[in-house]
Structures are given as C-alpha cells and as structure tokens.
Design a protein around this ligand. Structure first.
Ligand code: ZN
Length: 98
C-alpha cells in the first residue's frame, strides 16, 4: 500500500461507498484516516501554550517548542518523551523545596 493510497480511496460517505464497502482493504484506508485524524488532534491539543509554534504546512504536524513531529513519531515514542518530561519536572520540583 502506497503511503498516500488512502487519500484516493472513496470515503465511507462518498458516492462509491457502497462499491467499496465489502473490500477488505477498505478497513485499512479507514484506519489510516482515523490515525491521521487522531495525530492531528494530538498535535493541535498537546499544549495550549505551544499553539503559536505549531508548524502544519504540507501536512506536517510539528511543534517548534517541544521539537516533536506528530506525523513521523509513533504514539509509543511520544508517550516516552512525555513520561521523561514529567520525571524531569518532578525532579526539578523536588529540588526546589528546602
Ligand atoms: Zn509542543
């Protein structure tokens, strides 16, 4: 499957939806669309303070503050980055207290 094939496949609500309904690869196209939509939501909503630093030209989904690439980094890597960030912030907070 070409990375952009699913853009050309008829959507579930398009005029060719019935023709494509029983094709097994239809599910893959629907899932790829769903993943991309979830990536986009995560990119837009990951931190309100970073909103002005988001880069989204040509389908990119990057944050200039975090340096994260929501299009290319998979969810488990994003999770690890955020876990490390939380650990660092917790360690810094614990050092601030006398
Ligand atoms: Zn960010």
């Amino acid at each position: 499957m070409d990375a952009n094939d699913y853009y050309r496949a008829p959507s579930g609500i398009g005029p060719l939806a019935a023709e494509w309904q029983d094709k097994p690869h239809r599910l893959l196209y629907d899932l790829a669309r769903e993943v991309e939509q979830l990536q986009r939501l995560l990119w837009l909503r990951h931190d309100p303070e970073h909103f002005s630093a988001l880069y989204g030209d040509d389908g990119e989904m990057q944050c200039g503050v975090c340096g994260l690439d929501f299009r290319r980094m998979d969810a488990s890597l994003l999770e690890k980055v955020w876990q490390m960030k939380a650990l660092i912030e917790a360690a810094e907070k614990s050092q601030e207290k006398p």
